[in-house]
Design a protein around this ligand. Structure first.
Ligand SMILES: *Cc1c(COP(=O)(O)O)cnc(C)c1O
Length: 397
């Protein structure tokens, strides 16, 4: 039985073109190409070849963002980019201007949320969590209220597209409010990269985080866009790599693969997202119609084209996911909460999902390999699987 992979928000397979681009930088058996494994900081030919790959990758990423190559910092993952943005900007801004408030949302990925809590608990920052509506969206009015004249805000961070519920924020509108007050604005674009426009001038962001493995690149590599002039203190110290903004010898094959993957996604973005959106809408429409007690989480309209997420009353996500797996479908609950015994998802709680539905999350996230036949097969099987697992379960604690 071949697996039908429906968990692209968790990670994506590496595209063959990406693997091919990376290969020479590991050191190839092809002699002509076997020169690129050097340390990009070295003077010799092998180092220069690696450095050339690094530079080209930096330009490719910068082009997709409408940024300058010097504004791109390569990192070890999306979580690192988020951590670096919050800690690096908040600490530098406080030192320079005495600003002492972090403003973010309750629907952030834990990489942002726990960084903000850490800055509060260990560094004495004030933390403001903006209200969100039932779709997980932040309003401009609420951000405006929280900012005031902006004089005490160190950094604002709002996730571009939510990993659990797929909602897409009005980043440009929020960014404009921060800019008027001179407050740096970061967005976690880990789910958005490859799927939504990343032009940093239109988004009006000063910092943006992304991760290669969410857009058909390799795992363990990401980038942070940092607008020129944004106060920043490297929290990973050592060598002067990345303009002193991130120490550590570069993961050259990973960075080259990431750039290739981002460029491919950008070229195909509009047509591929139109294709996936049709599949997504078929999943949402049919599931809402054929499964009793189901509710769409996140926005109907402002949502990732590849993302469908639900809560289902009186089922436990774990049982559904195991049953789906047995029938060849790889899906997710959409959060770390796969069992009524675990802590419920902070995102579902923040958007006001009733307690009796918190255990039954289901997330279908689509990608390159998915087609209409696979989706019809899923929709044929899903209602029966859910009925089989319908039970009365203990309310989550
Ligand atoms: C996956 C994800 C991250 C973390 O990225 P890693 O590269 O896995 O560390 C951060 N934010 C969001 C929204 C994500 O989906």
């Amino acid at each position: 039985m071949t697996m039908i992979y429906l968990d692209h928000s968790a990670t994506t397979p590496l595209r063959p073109e990406v693997f091919a681009a990376m290969e020479p930088f590991f050191g190839s058996t092809n002699e002509e190409e076997n020169s690129k494994y050097g340390n990009p900081s070295s003077i010799h030919g092998a180092g220069r070849a690696a450095h050339a790959g690094l530079s080209e990758a930096r330009r490719t990423v910068a082009d997709v963002l409408g940024a300058s190559p010097t504004e791109i910092v390569f990192t070890g993952c999306g979580s690192e980019s988020d951590n670096a943005a919050l800690r690096g900007i908040a600490l530098a801004r406080r030192k320079q201007f005495g600003t002492n408030r972090i403003i973010t949302t309750p629907v952030e990925h834990h990489a942002v949320l726990y960084s903000a809590e850490d800055l509060r608990d260990f560094f004495g920052f004030e933390l403001t969590l903006l209200p969100v509506d039932g779709d997980g969206l932040v309003s401009a009015e609420d951000l405006e209220r929280a900012l005031g004249d902006g004089s005490d805000a160190a950094v604002v961070s709002v996730v571009y597209a939510n990993n659990e519920i797929g909602s897409v924020q009005e980043i440009g509108e929020l960014g404009a409010l921060c800019r008027e007050r001179g407050v740096p604005f970061h967005t976690d674009a880990v789910q958005a990269a490859g799927k939504l426009p990343l032009d940093v001038d239109q988004l009006k962001v000063d910092a943006l985080s992304a991760s290669a493995h969410k857009f058909y690149g390799p795992k363990g590599v990401g980038f942070l866009y940092l607008r020129r002039g944004t106060p920043y203190h490297s929290y990973l110290t050592g060598g002067s790599h990345e303009g002193g903004r991130r120490a550590g010898t570069h993961n050259v094959p990973g960075i080259v693969g990431m750039a290739k993957a981002l460029a491919l996604c950008e070229t195909e973005r509009e047509s591929e997202m139109a294709r996936l959106q049709q599949l997504r809408d078929r999943i949402i429409g049919q599931t809402l119609e054929s499964v009793p007690g189901v509710r769409l989480t996140g926005s109907h309209t402002k949502r990732l084209a590849n993302h469908a997420s639900f809560t289902i009353r009186d089922v436990e996500a774990e049982g559904i996911l195991i049953a789906l797996d047995l029938e060849g479908f790889a899906a997710s609950s959409g959060s770390a909460c796969t069992s009524a015994r675990q802590k419920p998802s902070h995102v579902l709680e923040a958007v006001g999902v009733p307690v009796e539905e918190l255990a039954g999350g289901l997330r279908i996230s689509l990608g390159f390999s998915n087609n209409v036949q696979q989706i019809e097969l899923l929709l044929q099987r899903l209602p029966r699987i859910i009925e089989r697992h319908r039970q009365s379960i203990p309310a989550p604690i």
